[in-house]
Design a protein around this ligand. Structure first.
Ligand code: UDP
Length: 405
């Protein structure tokens, strides 16, 4: 079937490019992303591709990711203008998806042509995987799915989970996830256990040597008790729970860093309304999307990671550990893994502003009591979550997949 379609599309696998072994040990990779916006998965991709200069990327839409990948030495192909798939949301009904089917077919053919020039196709998102599966098969290229989501009921419908897991079993040479929590969800959805590999996200931070007070002065942040929440604004990221918590800790201020990257503008506006309704509008500082998150983290007394649904990883959690700041996180998804079951940060149940408030009040009242834990968290984060380790692990997997193909 795949061969017939491929030939019909002028994509005969036999007319493939030079096989891997004749081009030395470095396979050429086609990195595929459905979005051009930089959220956590794209920041990971930006770091992953640094190990693959000369490879290629295929993006479904414009945005800062294209520039970041070009800077890393990749040739970047954008889907034809008009192939914008942003309307194709996770929960869209098949009927409403119909108008985009033509664009999808065109995109699939372009993807297949791009894949033919590479040895391995590397899909960096759920949508990228779904759309790259058939094209990669058409041209006989192995497909890696870097699954940055957690395939559970909080994020995906049952049918979606089953389809994705089955497609992965059929089409993915390897599924990479950033945590045991994400691996477990993939297997529970029906994914093959032997197909999935856990490679924790890795990141390096450049820290500012100046003390928090100096950073606050430079950043224009107020003195006194100050905490921060650092995530794109989205209902499942739980910023509203932190605003509720703030109302229970008199005098505490909070910086809310991040913006609604994927159309959650109503939620973002609602956060301001909530702050006003709870009488804390003057204590919540909305800073919008920032490129200096590490510095901002260093300037606050504690970081809250309040996601109400399970996180597949949570880069912000590791960033806070690396910044040497006490952490309060909801116990959902990978948080417990990253915080060693609570030994490296305070874990609270999701959607519990009272518990967040109590944890913050304790940290603020006795900061010295948390200094040892925070230092240990930083050491562990440095040892486990470096970018070089992630790049090496992923490079080994890509080479393995290419060699087997
Ligand atoms: N981030 C940022 N600027 C902001 C808010 C967030 O650069 O204003 C970064 C944050 O530092 C982290 C990433 O966005 O590196 C979010 O990754 P995470 O895994 O926490 O969440 P995701 O957005 O992938 O669900």
């Amino acid at each position: 079937m795949a061969g017939t379609l491929a030939t019909a599309a002028g994509l005969d696998p036999a007319r493939a490019t030079v096989p891997v072994e004749t081009r030395g040990t470095r396979p050429r990779v086609l990195f595929v992303s459905h979005t051009g916006t930089m959220s956590g998965a794209e920041l990971v991709l930006r770091d992953v591709v640094r190990a693959w200069p000369g490879s290629a990327a295929f993006l479904f839409e414009r945005g800062p990711l294209a520039e970041a990948l070009r800077e890393a030495g990749l040739s970047v192909q954008l889907a034809v203008p008009g192939a914008d798939l942003s309307g194709l949301r996770r929960d869209v009904s098949p009927l409403r998806a119909l108008p985009v089917l033509g664009r999808l077919a065109r995109l699939g053919l372009d993807l297949a042509r791009a894949a033919r020039t590479c040895d391995v196709v590397y899909a960096n998102s759920q949508k990228a995987f779904l759309l790259a599966a058939l094209p990669a098969r058409l041209v006989g290229r192995p497909l890696i799915w870097h699954l940055h989501d957690i395939l559970d009921g909080a994020h995906f419908g049952r049918a979606q989970r089953i389809v994705q897991a089955r497609l992965a079993n059929a089409c993915a040479a390897r599924v990479i996830v950033p945590s045991q929590a994400a691996a477990g969800a993939f297997v529970r959805a029906g994914g093959r256990r032997d197909r999935v590999t856990v490679v924790p996200n890795g990141l390096d931070l450049t820290l500012d040597p100046r003390p928090a007070a100096a950073l606050r002065a430079e950043l224009g942040l107020p003195g006194g008790p100050l905490v921060g929440v650092f995530s794109r604004l989205a209902p499942w990221k739980g910023q509203d729970v932190v605003i509720e918590a703030l109302a229970r800790v008199p005098g505490l201020r909070c910086v809310v860093v991040g913006s609604a990257l994927f159309g959650e503008d109503a939620y973002a506006a609602g956060l301001r309304d909530l702050a006003a309704a709870r009488g804390v509008a003057d204590r919540v500082l909305f800073l919008g999307q920032r490129s200096d998150v590490p510095r901002l983290m260093q300037a606050v007394d504690a970081v809250v990671h309040p996601s109400v649904d399970p996180e597949p990883f949570g880069r912000t959690l590791v960033e806070a550990m690396l910044a040497g700041v006490p952490v309060v996180a909801t116990d959902a998804g990978a948080s417990s893994e990253i915080l060693d079951g609570g030994a490296l940060g305070t874990l609270v149940p999701p959607r519990r502003p009272d518990r967040i408030a109590a944890a913050l009040a304790e940290i603020l009242a006795r900061p010295a009591a948390f200094a040892g834990r925070t230092r240990l968290a930083r050491e562990r984060a440095l040892a486990r979550y470096g970018a070089a380790r992630m790049q090496d692990d992923l490079a080994a997997l890509v080479r393995q997949v290419a060699a087997r193909a």
